[in-house]
Design a protein around this ligand. Sequence first.
Ligand code: ADP
Ligand code: MG
Length: 661
Amino acid sequence: MELHNIKGLGEKAQLSLNQLNIFSIEDLMSHYPYRYEFLNPRSVLLNDEKIVQVVNAVILSEPKVSYIRRNFNTLRFRVQVLNKEVQVSIFNRAFLKSNLTIGKEITLVGKYKEKTNSFVANDIKVKAILIPKITPMYHLTKGLKNSHFEKWIMEASRLSFSVIDKVPLAFQESYQFLSKREALMHLHFPKSAEEIRKAKVRLVYEELFEFMFQIMYLKNKETLALGLHRNFDSSSVYDFISRLPFALTEDQMQAVTDGLEDLKSEKRMNRLVLGDVGSGKTIVATILMYANVLSGYQSVLMAPTEILATQHYEKFLKMFDDCSIHIELLVGSMKKSEKKKVLERIQMGQVDMIIGTHALLVENVVFANLGLVVTDEQHRFGVNQRKMLQNKGYRSDVLYLSATPIPRTYALTIYGDMDTSMIRVKPNGRKEIITKVKNESELKEVLTAIYDEIKLGHQIYVVAPMIEETDNEELKNVNQLKEKFELAFRNKVKVSVLHGKMKGKEKDVIMNEYALGEVQILISTTVIEVGVDVKNATMMVIFNAERFGLATLHQLRGRVGRNNYQSYCYLISNQDTPRLKVLEESNDGFYISEKDFELRGQGDLFGVHQSGDMSFQLADLRRDYKILLQAKKDVLSFIESKDYLNSTYYLNLTQKIDFTN
Ligand code: ADP
Ligand code: MG
């Protein structure tokens, strides 16, 4: 139902609501409060300066406004509370003056100071609250007030808007859930905390049920999907493996075997290789890409950044220099004419392996015969991006690499639609990275440690969180840091800076110099976060470490320790955060992710939340994990029993999934 059906909701307000993605009454009703204000006023003041009190009072004097400067005023007046007469003050509410007339009963929220017998209010309700009141608080945008939402939603609730109840009836009954309509009413007009809780459980279950349905339906479909039928000479593959400069670890070998089987089978490969940073996922992908080429198809590898794509490309050139395999790079910053040539060669089938960034998606890439699609650091791409590439081939096999160290149990749920190969053990000879949390006052110690490493001929990464100057004194500007380091080492050490605002070419030049060992210290923002491999780097220094999630810090730390040298990580922070100690204790990404999950919730878990795949309105995977598991179980029986065929909503959903996959 359209928004203009609501009394008093004009065109301007509609535009504001559109800003919040609210286009219909149904949308408005699903704009859930993000929190509630519980007000239960007392009639007497307590002599406690520390607590926020809610009291009812009667106005005794006419309010006076004093302007301290522009946009900064105080409103003062006297009131009578049952047991006391006090002076009330509140900042920046001059506009309330006309509503505060002598003799009126109001509700005050704020703190009482006995010494001065004054009440510093942070909120005043001009209409006294007489019975306990729960006010839902809504996310707002320019031009909208919370009271607007209260009013409109009240109006809307009287209209016959439609509600899609996505919980199948059988489960609805067995859990004795509220109906969806009831749940919505309880969220918007709660009479008690218990009503809110009940409504939330039901709505969270619904969100997770729908989410798991999509995953499990896809999984079900994919186990049935036909792949390419192919033949290749396994002995050539094993030959290639034996010519590598190192022996594969057991886990790597298992992942390769899994993948080779997938390639040979009739089934379409849909595999995730999950392994901590530095566990050696790339080589697994490389081998499978080689096998795919041997079977007569093209392989493509998509990486999230140009630096990473280029690095992969260069390594591939080296690894395959004695095979007659044609490898090409395709990234956004390439010249048009250059790109055109590459695209032509790909389309003609003159290229066997293509390595690139999401330029692979935006450019008009037409593959001659795409057989295997590999997505590196898959969590950086959204489902749609991944699918887009996959759909460029006919029944092409799909392999994902991910270093997002998410807790195992969650991985099974979230990646429920894929087969998984885990690389748990890192290549032999790797030493644990020694990690220390330091205060900025201990910087000298860190500088000494840096210098010791440089004397050994090793290199250092330094991470500063931001490039721009900010008001925040604590933020270490990368350029400022550069000067600091140069000064400290009396210009005997070459320091370079890398940041997100640089052009691709500039970055590449600097990264190359660093990779070649011409630069000893590379200071950067988190652009080096992903996959870059400089074996000679042995120390990672991270400033303002408290600003990062543990998962991110662990990934950053994974840039060092890529050789047999002892490597180090310094986390510099002036805040005493026990969180950081987890990294001192452990080098195990999975353990760290469990801890991070415990301490921070799902927010950081998926890194920058860019994919949007995992955004829920009410659900929180950590808090609601039990509900998630239950929903998964229910979904499985819902699919197996084919009950979803009787549900219009889920039938439509499967058609949508079928269409995009
Ligand atoms: P990630 O899993 O983080 O993508 P990479 O694939 O970049 O890790 O591998 C990290 C480094 O380890 C690379 O330099 C790679 O050549 C090396 N490597 C991979 N497997 C082995 C192995 N079995 N033995 C020794 N070094 C290996
Ligand atoms: Mg990698």
